[in-house]
Design a protein around this ligand. Structure first.
Ligand SMILES: O=P(O)(O)O[C@H]1O[C@H](CO)[C@@H](O[C@H]2O[C@H](CO)[C@@H](O)[C@H](O)[C@H]2O)[C@H](O)[C@H]1O
Length: 659
């Protein structure tokens, strides 16, 4: 190891960084990043530091030049600085630090002058420091330095010399001409991936295109989906996510209610991908043609809706890959392949691919080509089915390759598994992740979970997407429950997390019947085709529209990281505040968690955070009902009726001083 005896500064605890800089942290465009560190040296010499950052080249372009920004001393050897992420792509950042001999000298001089001590030698030391700097200074600064050197050497002008060399100008001149060879970089260059806004702010609506037909008994088509777009747009969603749209296998097809054998006419599970009509790059013939699909994608785009597809790496036994690439599957001595599982769930209608195949390179390339195929058809968002049952290196490689070729692709990880595994997927590249929100119910549970997600290192890479229901999950909170429960879960998802999604129309029509003994829907749409009255209005649907509008109009709801919980004196009322980056949009949200009873109580408004003086009264407007209230001081009263509106989304408006 090469030792440099002049290196006296330690740079420690640099944040944000993940696993010693192994993975990039994540941000979206126009977000700021605050970089902090403990920076200190031996003894009492002063140290200084700069934050360095630059935009990494895109494609064949050149890396931009390093930008430099002074770091601010925050006390206790802690330093920080921020920079704005003005582009999507990758930015690099690091820190450089040095012993600041001039600042150390200035500090000593100030103290000695204040104590009326003899300054003669001190001033000569200062002159030496300036002389040593001369060669690095710019021409105008050289002139200034020479004047100060002369002054420092002239005993008759001691008072003036002291005042001039302690001035901000002298500090700046010496700072700019500092010896950069004696500035030492932090041992790592860290990375931040900057993504488009939708990675952090999106409202997903999942539906089965095969249930889009208005006529009973007819398979839905992409053309039918076009007629549903205005309904989805009215509800305010900006992502429509389709379960797999590919040909469905016939062999081992599942029947209604997850029966392991299908009856004549049963359509099978869309996740059983592949049949003689094709595999992952083909469309289920009854949904329509590729042209119908791309037309739907364009029509949706016109309404500011993106279509997200499911990327499920598994094959029905009659998928073409099984015959064409048998080496991609793990064959047992009896000539069969063990069906896929996500224990305790059994997927008897699909075969997992074998990531340990000797032919893994071709397998990986082919899988990546599926994503590329759909990107070329206009798809930029993928919900990835069970990514945790495929190898991590594959995802890391695949997502990196896709990112190097295309901009703005979003991958949502559908992994309901152990926390460390879910986190790993996010670290290696998934842009959004499903969460345990679906199973959090009490105030205490929500506070604990949201604190884990938003106030720990996890927030640097794991972007939550909250789903009250999915085709796989009818949670206890909705099972056999009435409309208020649906509205409460909806409000929580849509206001706690800036990414959220619903499985509809099951949700807006309030379907609540579970398969006996399971947390799943009975007569699940996964195994049968439904005909919905897409134009039927419900109170839940109305609330969805209102909430999505409020989300679009209030920047405070467009990020997840700003949630701060407020005290309440009633455990059935959860309250949190959200403030946007510019601090112009300030919200207080109070939700009644009890769907059966009116709950009332006092909530403690975080006056300091909202920058409201303790004695001020202020007006709050409920964005859900339009009602305004005058509040005063910290503790204020709320009363929330589950059958009316079970929550307040209060926007802090004018401050009204008490007369
Ligand atoms: O394993 P998860 O609970 O995360 O669920 C996801 O993956 C499942 C497997 O792809 C998928 O399950 C559905 O498709 C299977 C294959 O056709 C079928 O055997 C299952 O019965 C059916 O539920 C699930 O929908 C998906 O969200």
């Amino acid at each position: 190891m090469k030792i440099d005896g002049h290196k006296r500064v330690s740079i420690r605890n640099v944040k944000p960084q993940i696993d010693c800089g192994k993975y990039p942290i994540k941000r979206i465009i126009n977000e700021e990043i605050k970089v902090e560190a403990d920076i200190f040296g031996d003894g009492h010499d002063k140290v200084d530091a700069v934050l360095l950052y630059r935009e990494r080249k895109k494609g064949r372009g050149k890396d931009k030049k390093w930008q430099e920004q002074p770091m601010e001393f925050e006390g206790n050897d802690h330093w920080s600085s921020t920079f704005s992420l003005t582009n999507t792509g990758v930015f690099e950042y690091t820190i450089e630090s040095w012993v600041d001999h001039f600042a150390t000298w200035q500090d000593g001089l100030k103290k000695k002058a204040a104590a009326n001590q003899d300054l003669k030698t001190e001033l000569l030391i200062g002159a030496e420091l300036m002389e040593e700097t001369l060669s690095r200074a710019s021409a105008p600064h050289k002139k200034k330095l020479k004047e100060w050197i002369a002054l420092l050497k002239n005993e008759e002008h001691e008072k003036r010399a002291v005042s001039e060399v302690l001035s901000d100008t002298a500090t700046r001149v010496m700072y700019e001409a500092r010896d950069r060879n004696r500035a030492y970089p932090y041992e790592r260059v860290l990375e931040v991936r900057v993504e488009r806004k939708k990675a952090l702010f999106s409202a997903w609506y999942e539906f089965f295109p095969r249930s889009a037909s208005p006529e009973k008994g007819r398979h839905g088509t992409f053309k039918d989906c076009e007629n549903i777009l205005p309904e989805v747009s009215k509800m305010g969603f900006d992502v429509i996510y389709f379960p797999p749209i590919h040909p469905i296998g016939r062999s081992h097809r599942k029947g209604l209610n997850n029966a392991t054998e299908a009856k004549e006419g049963d359509p099978g599970s869309p996740w059983a991908i592949g049949a003689k009509e094709g595999g992952h790059k083909a469309i289920h013939p009854e949904l329509g043609s590729m042209e119908d699909f791309t037309q739907l994608v364009s029509r949706a785009k016109e309404m500011d809706i993106e279509i997200a597809l499911d990327f499920a790496i598994q094959c029905a036994p009659d998928h073409p890959y099984v015959k064409e690439h048998p080496q991609w599957f793990k064959w047992r001595p009896d000539g069969t392949v063990q069906y896929a599982e996500n224990p305790p769930k059994k997927y008897q209608d699909v075969l997992p691919v074998n990531f340990e195949t000797e032919d893994w390179e071709n397998l990986w390339e082919e899988l990546k080509s599926i994503v590329e195929f759909w990107i070329e058809k206009g798809i930029n968002i993928f919900r990835v089915d069970n990514p945790h049952t495929k190898t991590f290196p594959f995802w890391e490689w695949c997502i990196r390759e896709i990112n190097s070729k295309y901009e703005g692709i979003i991958f949502l990880a559908e992994a309901f598994t152990r926390p460390r595994v879910m986190e790993e997927l996010a670290k290696i590249g998934f842009n959004q992740s499903y969460t345990y929100f679906t199973w959090r119910n009490t105030k205490e549970e929500f506070i604990k979970y949201l604190t884990e997600l938003t106030k720990t290192e996890v927030r640097e890479y794991y972007r939550p997407n909250f789903w009250p229901n999915t085709p796989d999950i009818l949670p206890i909170s909705l099972e056999n429950k009435e409309e208020p429960s649906f509205i409460i879960r909806l409000i929580l998802a849509a206001t706690m997390s800036s990414n959220y999604g619903l499985y509809g129309p099951v949700f807006e029509f309030g379907l609540n019947e579970a398969y006996p003994g399971k947390e799943e829907y009975v007569h699940s749409e996964k195994y049968q085709i439904y005909q919905w009255d897409w134009h039927r209005n419900t109170r839940i649907k109305e609330m969805i529209s209102i909430l999505n509008r409020i989300r679009k109009e209030n920047a405070a709801l467009q990020t997840t990281w700003n949630i701060e919980f407020c005290d309440t004196d009633n455990d059935q009322i959860i309250c949190y505040s959200k403030i946007d980056q510019e601090e112009t949009n300030k919200l207080i949200i109070a939700v009644n968690l009890d769907p059966n009873h009116t709950q009332s109580g006092w909530v403690k408004v975080p006056l300091k955070r909202l920058k409201i003086e303790d004695h001020d009264s202020y007006s709050v407007k409920d964005l859900l009902t339009g009602a305004s209230y005058i509040w005063q001081n910290e503790w204020n009263y709320v009363e929330l009726h589950p059958k009316a509106v079970p929550a307040h989304i209060l926007k802090i408006e004018t401050k009204k001083p008490i007369s």
